[in-house]
Design a binder for this molecule. Structure first.
Ligand code: ADP
Ligand code: MG
Length: 227
């Protein structure tokens, strides 16, 4: 087996008030895998994704992406790491409301390195949003906004795509559209970790990791047996 692209070992995260959001979670994800992170609301999915993207830190345990231990990075290094290697897709899209679809994607390029308008447009076209590139977010449907959000996540060619309930706010038709985009990304060899309640989305993925009250119930892979 090739070395994992994502590794968590013995990861624990507590919130004030005695909430044990993650309890000794270990898992290992290989390059090119598409993993669904499932479990009831409050089971720790978002908390785990926030540790994988370096936005938050574990109380104990180790999180590594491509061998880099995220807990050892300074806040600045963590921000650089995230923009270089991670693409984030959110349930609530988080598009900048006064920028067009195209400008939202170009903003991600700007923070990464430099703006490349034709490339930004090409990425929007790849998710079927070329014709709507000049629209502001409020003039787009939820499904269209999510496709812009995905384009923004992809534009800097991340090694890992992390998505938190990406179809949670979408109707059936747009949900199918997002499934199709994920299938294409997986076929291209991207590594995807998708937190979802959606059984259909879970079934499309190559492996389901299930959390239950912050504990890994199933699917952690080789590292969970070692840990
Ligand atoms: P999920 O994404 O699976 O719904 P979360 O990771 O958001 O679960 O939450 C896991 C647990 O941690 C829940 O009990 C939630 O209430 C709690 N939690 C999440 N974020 C915070 C926070 N910032 N402060 C306190 N408790 C939190
Ligand atoms: Mg969540």
């Amino acid at each position: 087996m090739s070395s994992p692209i994502i590794e968590a070992s013995g990861v624990t995260k507590n919130y004030p008030g005695g909430v044990k959001a993650l309890d000794n979670v270990s898992m290992s994800i290989a390059p090119g895998e598409w993993v669904a992170l499932m479990g009831a609301s409050g089971s720790g999915k978002t908390t785990l994704l926030n540790l994988l993207d370096g936005l938050d830190r574990a109380d104990s345990g180790v999180v590594k992406i491509q061998g880099v231990e995220l807990g050892r990075l300074s806040p600045d290094e963590s921000a650089v790491f995230r923009r270089e290697r991670i693409g984030l897709v959110f349930q609530q899209f988080h598009l900048v409301p006064y920028l067009t679809a195209l400008e939202n994607v170009m903003l991600a390029q700007y923070f990464h390195s430099m703006v490349d308008k034709p490339e930004a447009l090409r990425i929007l076209e790849s998710v079927g949003m070329g014709p709507r590139a000049a629209h502001l977010p409020h003039a787009l449907s939820g499904g269209e906004q999510q496709r812009v959000c995905i384009a923004r996540a992809l534009v800097n060619d991340p090694v890992v795509i992390l998505a938190d309930e990406p179809t949670g706010n979408l109707d059936e038709e747009n949900e199918q559209c997002v499934f199709q985009i994920f299938l294409e990304l997986h076929a291209k060899g991207k590594t995807l970790v998708v937190a979802t309640h959606d059984r259909e989305l879970g079934a499309l993925s190559g492996r389901v990791i299930t959390l239950h009250h912050g504990k890994l119930e199933a699917g952690g892979g080789p590292a969970s047996r070692a840990g």
